[in-house]
Design a protein around this ligand. Structure first.
Ligand code: ZN
Length: 346
């Protein structure tokens, strides 16, 4: 019943892309407006013309420079892969698991908001949208799995939990990075065992091909790219609504900085980490300006709606985290109608 495993880490990365979407039907008006504003920002940036865009390589360099200076910077995926296994009771693991549990309600709300906008723009049928958002809402727990190492996953016979490898959860040391990864996983949950969002994933893949000049992006990679897109969108909403003394560029970089690898390896399900980062920065020029600290002067961007309803951050707690014995992750798609098949994430 278990599918194979899906390495979330070395192969998962962050992806972002931003496109233009309309107000989500299932969101309250204010939420829809704020999310649409972020998306429209990106689209406006693209429309501003290539000559005004931040060069992708410069933006990628800015992301990785911020990571190195950031005391809360995420470890790059290849560095995570080189780490020895961490026990579930390791202090870094417990701290990461507590962060994930604390952020789960916020991640669900922002992932749902971002996904609503994307699904509306992609003309996803209302019934499919509602079912997808219900699957996001159904996620209730964070589970630790030592064997997942630097991966995270959604398993379809237990879709109420996001599973984290202990190395991975310990390596995401900021709220922004954790929230981005959780939104990624929640997008897999939204898709469900039957892959109801496949057409949406294809649409995002086609946009990435056109916007970043990439060769054909496979269906599986399109799914991962879409999950990363939702991760970046959710992180941007989080940054806009939750004030911090930290520089915006540093906070924004956290959404994708785990892609700052030296070994830029890939697999069938993911673009390579650096490819992913470049694709996202090319598709989201306003985000690229944000990570270089030029969002105030970038011609393509309109101000984010900071007045949108804030998602309250719950107080830290660890009770939702349930360390478990090692399990496998997976990413394979069900080959039958067996809804218990698990799907990997990241
Ligand atoms: Zn994934």
């Amino acid at each position: 019943m278990r599918s194979e495993k899906h390495p979330v880490n070395g192969r998962r990365r962050a992806r972002l892309s931003i496109t233009t979407w309309f107000a989500p039907v299932s969101c309250v008006a204010a939420c829809a407006l704020s999310c649409a504003a972020i998306l429209a920002q990106s689209d406006a940036g693209r429309a501003a013309g290539a000559g005004e865009q931040i060069p992708v390589e410069r933006a990628a360099a800015a992301v990785c420079a911020e990571r190195e200076l950031d005391p809360r910077g995420s470890a790059p995926i290849d560095m995570m892969q080189d780490r020895a296994s961490l026990p579930a009771r390791h202090p870094e693991v417990l701290a990461g698991a507590a962060r994930a549990a604390r952020l789960l309600p916020v991640a669900k709300a922002l992932a749902a908001e971002s996904l609503s906008a994307l699904m509306a723009e992609g003309a996803v049928a209302p019934a499919t949208r509602r079912a997808s958002l219900a699957r996001v809402e159904a996620v209730r727990r964070i589970r630790l799995d030592v064997s997942l190492r630097d991966n995270a996953s959604i398993v379809y016979d237990d879709p109420r939990a996001i599973r984290f490898g202990t190395i991975f959860v310990a390596s995401l040391r900021s709220d922004e990075a954790m929230l981005s990864v959780m939104a990624h996983e929640l997008t897999h949950a939204a898709d469900g065992a039957r892959g109801s969002l496949k057409p949406l994933f294809r649409r995002v893949a086609r946009r990435a091909e056109a916007g970043a000049g990439m060769r054909q992006i496979s269906s599986r990679r399109g799914e991962e790219l879409t999950c990363d897109l939702i991760g970046v969108m959710a992180a941007r909403l989080f940054i806009a609504r939750h004030a911090s003394d930290e520089p915006e560029a540093r906070r924004a970089a956290r959404a994708v900085e785990h892609n700052c690898v030296e070994r830029d390896e890939t697999d069938a399900a993911h673009l390579s980490p650096r490819e992913t980062m470049r694709a996202l920065l090319a598709l989201a020029p306003v985000y690229a300006a944000q990570v270089t600290g030029e969002s105030d002067t970038y011609a393509g961007g309109a101000p984010l709606n900071h007045t949108a309803p804030r998602t309250e951050l719950p107080a830290p707690r660890t009770s939702r985290v349930a360390p478990r014995s090692p399990r496998r992750i997976t990413r394979a798609r069900p080959t039958t109608n067996d809804n218990t098949t698990r799907r990997p994430t990241q």
